[in-house]
Design a protein around this ligand. Sequence first.
Ligand code: FMN
Length: 341
Amino acid sequence: MIEQRVWLAPMGGEAACAPLVAAVAEAGGFGWLGGAYLAPARLAAVIGQIRELTARPFGVNLFIPQAWRRDARREAAFLEALAPHHAVLGLPPPALPERFEEDFEAQLAVLRELRVPVIGFTFGDPGAARVAALHADGAQVVGTATNVPEALQLQASGCDAVIAQGAEAGAHRGSFIGPRDAGLVGTLALVPQVVDAVAIPVVAAGGIADARGVAAAQALGASAAAVGTAFLLADECPVSDAYRAALQAGAAHDTVLTQAFSGRWARGLANRFTLDTDALVQRGDLPDFPIPNALTRPLRQASAQAGSADYLSLWAGQALPLARRAPAAEIVRRLAAGWRP
Ligand SMILES: Cc1cc2nc3c(=O)[nH]c(=O)nc-3n(C[C@H](O)[C@H](O)[C@H](O)COP(=O)(O)O)c2cc1C
């Protein structure tokens, strides 16, 4: 995985699909599937599709489960805030679903059973016992850090490499140690600090969208560059038309950090939903992740179907304006031109 200097960063949700992972792998990059939102059976099916499309190795990434509490008052407030938006889209009033997240252990069991060669995590430390079990299977393990203490902990647990995710990055922060701002170090500052602190390979992520960014990652001491946002415009990336149009119109300063969609901090383009939910976010009054994520799903799906970006989680990083619509293989080639052999 480290021999490939350009990584398709793990992207869960709309972007998670076999053709994109396979196209990147076939073009000489390292492809990740963001598997966190896929039910175990679906996860197995997508892994099978990747293997039909490429014989090259790839990775699958999951969310480390978070400690979260039910809170009836916060849930009621969130449901109340969602109600008018449901009405706009002609949806029935919002309601609590039966479950809020996929079964992590069942997802991991699928990855082990199918002998996925590289397994990655974000939102936490998989822990030494789990890493040892994955190593015993023959898998390599990659963690995600947004500061030096997180990287040190992942190294101590036995991870084979760490993705250093700078604050510019699109979508969720991988942070798990310290207050929010301790996980918002920019890539330029973060990568060399992590490189100096750990002995395992460090992969730079956040704000890398062209050959210059890849060259910068190499200069900072990274062993590879992981790119998310720029691949959202790959032809193989199955984002909805409304999302793609918003990405093509978006400027760097249009991205905001918001908890509105999921309860966790994530970077995306501001839209009607992030603005309308901001007061609730500012009051710290959202239910814990992953409750909002489950509650906003119907709204997001209906918004995509209606061709509206108003209620989509428009995840995107600050390098968005550097992204260009192209086949994934061409994006890999453009990025790889920045890495000096
Ligand atoms: C749409 C989208 C979904 C993402 N989903 C995940 C995910 O499921 N797991 C993960 O570890 N990181 C996820 N990320 C973060 C990326 O892995 C990576 O850190 C980030 O995209 C790098 O910054 P960039 O967007 O500026 O390229 C996601 C990013 C985007 C843009």
